[in-house]
Write a new protein. Structure first.
Ligand code: BG6
Ligand code: MG
Length: 220
């Protein structure tokens, strides 16, 4: 039986993926690096510092050219821009169907957790006015490894006290689906490619109904 649903945030609950992209694009351009939406797919689900390193590598700049203080400053500059972009988020920016899904899960007694790499996660849940639905939120600052490692989803399950086999994870990124699969959970992909092994794929969050999750859920 599905006993818990573990949500990614950016690109699943709300479309903040576009704000991350805008902020990274601006930071990259100050370094003479141009990034496009295609490259941005490789940043989804990836921590702030690892995203910066991927951008530098993409632009042909080794991150060894920079001191750790310079790297921290660049990551902070991106985050300051990003925070400005998310300052005004309201519940209207919940992706379609998410509010209904959270309400239905809650009414059926299914546990709900956030498994996002974003350190801005708690702020965004509050702005969207859905923080009270969450039984648990993983603190990404305490993790050893980011997605695609399973640690974040396994930590969410452990915090809830639920066996990973009874958990479904919902993700929009390739790294995130890999993380859910490696955790031995049921993987639900939103707009993800066909060939990465998600157990249930939807094109849009409107298809994420509790009935669809229950009927597709299989034990791993
Ligand atoms: C993930 C996003 O959810 O969080 C990534 O998909 C982002 O794009 C990562 O880099 C870290 O977010 P933050 O808010 O801590 O910089
Ligand atoms: Mg995401």
């Amino acid at each position: 039986m599905m006993q818990a649903v573990l949500f990614d945030l950016d690109g699943v609950i709300t479309d903040t993926a576009k704000y991350h992209f805008q902020a990274w694009k601006r930071l990259a351009s100050t370094l003479g690096i141009s990034i496009d939406e295609r490259f941005n797919e490789r940043l989804k689900g990836v921590s702030r510092m690892d995203s910066l390193k991927r951008i530098l590598e993409y632009g042909g700049l080794s991150n060894h050219h920079f001191t750790s203080i310079q790297l921290e400053q660049m990551a902070e500059q991106k985050n300051n821009d990003y925070k400005q972009l998310i300052q005004g988020i309201t519940p209207k920016e919940l992706l379609p169907g998410i509010s209904e899904l959270l309400t239905a899960l809650r009414s059926k007694g299914i546990k709900i957790a956030l498994a996002s790499a974003s350190k801005n996660g708690p702020f965004i849940l509050e702005r969207l006015k859905i923080d009270t639905f969450f039984d648990s939120v993983v603190d990404p600052a305490k993790l050893q490894k980011g997605k695609p490692d399973p640690e974040i989803f396994l930590t969410a399950a452990a915090q809830l006290g639920i066996d990973p086999k009874e958990c479904a994870g919902i993700e929009d990124s390739v790294a995130g689906i890999e993380s859910i699969l490696a955790a031995g959970m049921f993987a639900v992909g939103v707009g993800v490619p066909e060939n990465i092994g998600a157990h249930f794929r939807v094109a849009s969050t409107t298809e994420l109904t509790i009935d669809a999750l229950f009927s597709h859920f299989k034990h791993r």
